[in-house]
Ligand binder design. Structure first.
Ligand SMILES: NC(=O)c1ccc[n+]([C@@H]2O[C@H](COP(=O)([O-])OP(=O)(O)OC[C@H]3O[C@@H](n4cnc5c(N)ncnc54)[C@H](O)[C@@H]3O)[C@@H](O)[C@H]2O)c1
Length: 316
């Protein structure tokens, strides 16, 4: 049976998903919707489907088995509501929104409908993350250092707080997500954010947070979008006798045997797409970040961002 997937948003990440989805056997992308007509047209051609200007027309015009929502963070809400109404399994790109209200409301509707969902926290599919988990078994993490030192992406919505939610919510959320996988839940913390005349838009251009995990680990996460390019993006973890540094591409390991680097063996975006499609077919059970799980990470990211913008205390 062919699984027919509609795609909402035809920007960078939608392109990555279309590339991997169309490489899977028995998957078709019959329609792509984006108000930027040239983008919708280009991606629809790559997918072998039809271009739509509005997602409402895509939902009316095609028979679909699932929907990918690849819109900027400030555009979530109505499209997910329509998919829930139609009973369509949903793949939603992270973050779930710019703040919590929309995501909390959608999570309740998704749970009530029992809908299959997945969220694009693709670091969860790094084989190197699995390896890190194995190395940490029986050796609980004591210290985590997360850094996202990057240049501001050029997408026009990115530097607008009301459209992206800022760098912690939009980017560092990946690091918070893998930190939760490796160290469990955060119980308290403190954060500060700042802006300089060189910063883009109205988002913080530097932010730092100190967090305490319920299991006892301490962590600090720092982000900036003032760097010339993304040159230090990853999470370091120290446990007794073990140091790890996970990036999107590799895992560096320091232990009693010395130091070594393991490259990731597979593309995590291809892996998350294959897992979602298998789940839609009813043949797989490897969706690692359903909506409710992604919401736990999003709550943490929003709490850190709010603390950085306000009184400093991370309220969970
Ligand atoms: N998982 C990852 O690592 C990863 C990587 C990149 C982006 N993302 C996420 O994906 C989302 C999109 O990012 P991007 O880099 O592709 O941005 P982008 O700007 O390249 O593309 C977004 C597209 O959505 C379209 N759009 C806006 N409102 C729409 C609407 N109501 N209906 C249909 N289309 C609409 C825009 O016109 C644009 O073409 C963001 O939330 C971002 O955080 C995730």
């Amino acid at each position: 049976m062919t699984i027919r997937i509609g795609v909402v948003g035809a920007g960078f990440i939608a392109g990555r998903h279309v590339e991997s989805l169309t490489g899977l056997d028995g998957v078709a992308v019959p329609g792509v919707a984006d108000p930027q007509a040239d983008r919708a047209q280009r991606l629809a051609e790559r997918a072998g489907g039809r271009a739509y200007g509005a997602w409402e027309d895509l939902l009316d015009g095609e028979e679909l088995d699932a929907l990918y929502v690849c819109v900027p963070p400030g555009q979530h809400g109505a499209v997910e509501d329509a998919a829930i109404d139609a009973g369509l399994p949903l793949f939603v790109e992270k973050p779930l929104g710019t703040d919590l209200a929309t995501a909390e409301r959608l999570a309740e509707r998704i749970a009530a409908a029992g809908l299959l969902t997945a969220v694009g926290y693709h670091w969860r599919y790094l084989d190197t993350l699995e390896q890190a988990r194995g190395l940490l078994a029986g050796r609980p993490p004591r210290l985590l250092l997360g850094t996202w030192l990057d240049a501001a992406p050029t997408a026009p919505w990115w530097a607008r707080q009301d459209q992206s939610g800022g760098q912690t919510v939009e980017q560092a959320t990946h690091l918070l997500d893998v930190a939760r996988v490796l160290a469990g839940e955060v119980e308290s913390g403190w954060a500060a954010g700042g802006r300089s005349p060189d910063g883009p838009g109205d988002v913080h251009d530097a932010c730092t947070a100190s967090l305490r995990f319920a299991g006892g680990a301490l962590a600090s996460f720092s982000t900036t979008c003032l760097a010339p390019r993304g040159y230090r993006i990853g999470l370091q973890v120290v446990a007794p006798g073990l140091g790890l540094e996970l990036t999107e591409h590799e895992l560096r390991i320091a232990d009693a045997d010395g130091e070594r680097t393991v490259e990731r063996a597979a593309d995590p975006i291809e892996a998350e797409d294959a897992a979602f499609v298998a789940a839609v077919r009813g043949e797989g059970d490897d969706v690692r970040t359903p909506y409710a799980e992604a919401l736990r990470t999003h709550r943490l990211a929003v709490a850190v961002a709010q603390a950085a913008a306000g009184g400093g205390t991370v309220r969970l």
